[in-house]
Design a protein around this ligand. Sequence first.
Ligand SMILES: NC(=O)c1ccc[n+]([C@@H]2O[C@H](COP(=O)([O-])OP(=O)(O)OC[C@H]3O[C@@H](n4cnc5c(N)ncnc54)[C@H](OP(=O)(O)O)[C@@H]3O)[C@@H](O)[C@H]2O)c1
Length: 254
Amino acid sequence: MALPSCAIPVSAMTTPSFQPWSSWEGQALIVGPGGIGAALASELGRRAPGLRVRTAGRGGGHLQLDLTDDASLARLAATAARELAPLRIVINASGLLHDGELQPEKRLSQVHRSALERSFAVNAFGPLLLAQAIEPALPKDRPVHFASLSARVGSIADNRLGGWYAYRAAKAAQNQLLRTLAIEWQRRLPQACVTMLHPGTTATELSAPFRSSVPPSGLFTPLRAASHLLDVLEGRTAASSGDFLAWDGQPVPW
Ligand SMILES: NC(=O)c1ccc[n+]([C@@H]2O[C@H](COP(=O)([O-])OP(=O)(O)OC[C@H]3O[C@@H](n4cnc5c(N)ncnc54)[C@H](OP(=O)(O)O)[C@@H]3O)[C@@H](O)[C@H]2O)c1
């Protein structure tokens, strides 16, 4: 079967040169200022003083944004085009594993259509629709990062424990959607680097009910996780757009 015409191998693209973030100017946007997102915003502000770092979320961010609401995404798109260009770094740190009603499934009998839909709305569709909303604010003539927090449990090859149907599948779908975006942007935004990131187990509300078996030495503070992730991102260029990497820079199997 013939590939779509946009399916140019990532490796066949031009290699933009590396520039340290200390010299970057423009704006940055962190979506989902929860545990890791808030730490990313403060650490990025320290590392890239020439970038104005803003946050967006359902509450507490500079900008109001609900990733599951098309009207909210349309308002972000209008604000981005009007006020956020040139947008140099965008990091999606939103995610949904549990809330009052939604709990990760331990077995098939616990799977519900509504939970699958809610998880996909935030963890899979959210990052792609975010990319669509902010795309007009991305410059074509300078390096740009679009990164999104995925999770190692979204790896199909690495799935040995089972369970967590909705979250695992939604993160796997996020990876496929953003890999596809990376290929499209290599053509249309050749300086954009798209990265899916696993932060490591980090002490936030999202992980709180599920980390009793993690030894303290294996649990990151949000600031440590943010620092690792920015180290990984800063060293990357558009030449390797579309990778799924862990906090230590190692590739995570799809
Ligand atoms: N913590 C870990 O161990 C770990 C491990 C692997 C991967 N991750 C991933 O890392 C990312 C950050 O997680 P975290 O640990 O920092 O969790 P967190 O503290 O719970 O933060 C999650 C953020 O997502 C936001 N969010 C949820 N639904 C949203 C929506 N519809 N629209 C906009 N924002 C929404 C939350 O905002 P509200 O306050 O409005 O709900 C919150 O700011 C997630 O993608 C998570 O899957 C975390």
